[in-house]
Structures are given as C-alpha cells and as structure tokens.
Design a protein around this ligand. Structure first.
Ligand SMILES: CC(C)(COP(=O)(O)OP(=O)(O)OC[C@H]1O[C@@H](n2cnc3c(N)ncnc32)[C@H](O)[C@@H]1OP(=O)(O)O)[C@@H](O)C(=O)NCCC(=O)NCCS
Length: 177
C-alpha cells in the first residue's frame, strides 16, 4: 500500500536505512560527511515537500520503498543548497517541472514496487496540473531501463565531476507518453 509519509521515528529510521543502502555513494569519510550527504539528498524533501513524500508499506509501518518528490524543481534549485548541477538543467524545468528520487529496499526489488511508486507520483503530479516530471541519473546506471519502461525519455545529458548524467523526462499531458 502506498501512503503519504508520516513523521514517525520508526518510519524515519527505515527510510534512512533504505536511503543509505541504495545510495551510489558508500564511502563516507566521517559521520559528518554522511550527514552532509543526507542533508543534500533526503532532508530537504522531508522538510519542504513532505506532502510529496510517499512510502510503500507492507504491512503497515514496514517500509519497502519510498519516493521523494518535488513539484517545483526551479524553486528548489534556488532555495536548496543542493547539488551543483541544478542551474545547468534549468532549461528542462519548463516542460518537466517536477522531479523525484526513489529507492526500494534491496530485498524487495524487481517486484513492481518502484513502478507502483512512480505511477502514484505521476497521478499526484497530474492532479496538480503539471506538464511533466524528470529524474537525473547516471547514463550507465541499470535504473535507466526501469525509467525507460515507465515512459521516461532522455531529454538532456551532461557531465558532472567526470560522470555522464542523463535527465530522463516523462510528459504528463498525454496519457502514456
Ligand atoms: C530502481 C528501483 C527504484 C526500481 O524499483 P523496483 O521495485 O526494483 O522496480 P520494478 O520491480 O518496478 O522494476 C524492476 C527494474 O528496476 C531496475 N532495477 C532493479 N534492481 C536494480 C538495482 N539494484 N539498481 C538499479 N536498477 C535496478 C531494473 O531496470 C529492473 O528491470 P530489469 O531487471 O529488467 O533491468 C530500485 O531497483 C532501486 O532502489 N535501485 C537502487 C537505487 C536506484 O537506482 N534508485 C534510483 C536512483 S535515480
């Protein structure tokens, strides 16, 4: 079942665990380095976009995966001390104003949980009347298959810190596009 995130310490801990186990970065120099990473990629969504934070729980209070969304990426880029590449993708915000981050617990992957969370967020964005949603990921990442299957198409590509990143976008005005 997909629910809105509830500010409960038990749920928070499970989300933190999934966040760190799923992250491409696993080498933290110190606890403060680890906290800084979380402050960039997770905490702003809890603080500023809690109503766009969804968990997949089964049974209740057991988190199998989560999605953090942000319906106004341009405002977020201006307000968050987020990653340094956000200004470079400013041109895509007009067509794809929302963005998301998604992680599923390691032992629960490949069961459709990720797809269900994405479709839930797409419905949420449609209900807000948004034109599109995007994600940023590494060009070589396995998750590009997942997004392609869910109708996210490559709309931009750029290099950041020696890594090729892609912006994958899904338009929401036409069903299935
Ligand atoms: C990507 C992810 C959210 C998909 O959730 P899911 O519940 O496993 O997805 P579904 O069951 O709906 O679809 C399965 C597809 O997910 C992708 N996937 C599965 N395991 C994955 C993994 N460890 N890393 C990246 N993608 C993965 C694959 O594309 C898979 O299809 P394939 O086997 O045909 O390649 C989930 O696998 C995950 O959390 N991966 C690690 C973190 C990540 O990449 N997050 C997205 C950052 S942009």
């Amino acid at each position: 079942m997909i629910s809105a995130f509830r500010n409960d310490p038990g749920l928070q801990q499970q989300v933190h665990d999934i966040f760190f186990e799923s992250s491409v970065r696993q080498d933290f120099e110190s606890d403060s380095d680890r906290v800084a990473f979380r402050k960039m990629w997770l905490d702003p969504y809890v603080r500023h976009y809690a109503d766009e934070f969804f968990i997949y729980e089964e049974p209740k209070d057991v988190v199998l995966g989560y999605l953090t969304g942000c319906s106004d990426s341009r405002a977020a880029a201006e307000n968050f001390s987020g990653p340094d590449f956000l200004q470079t993708i400013d041109s895509i915000y007009e067509t794809y104003p929302a963005h998301l981050h998604i992680n599923v617990r390691v032992d629960c992957r490949n069961k459709g949980i990720g797809a269900a969370l994405i479709e839930h967020y797409v419905s949420h964005c449609r209900s807000l009347g948004l034109k599109g949603v995007h994600v940023v990921t590494a060009r070589e990442s396995r998750n590009t298959n997942f997004y392609n299957r869910l109708n996210f198409k490559r709309v931009h590509e750029f290099t950041n810190k020696g890594k090729t990143l892609v912006v994958l976008g899904r338009k929401l005005d036409i069903a299935g596009e």
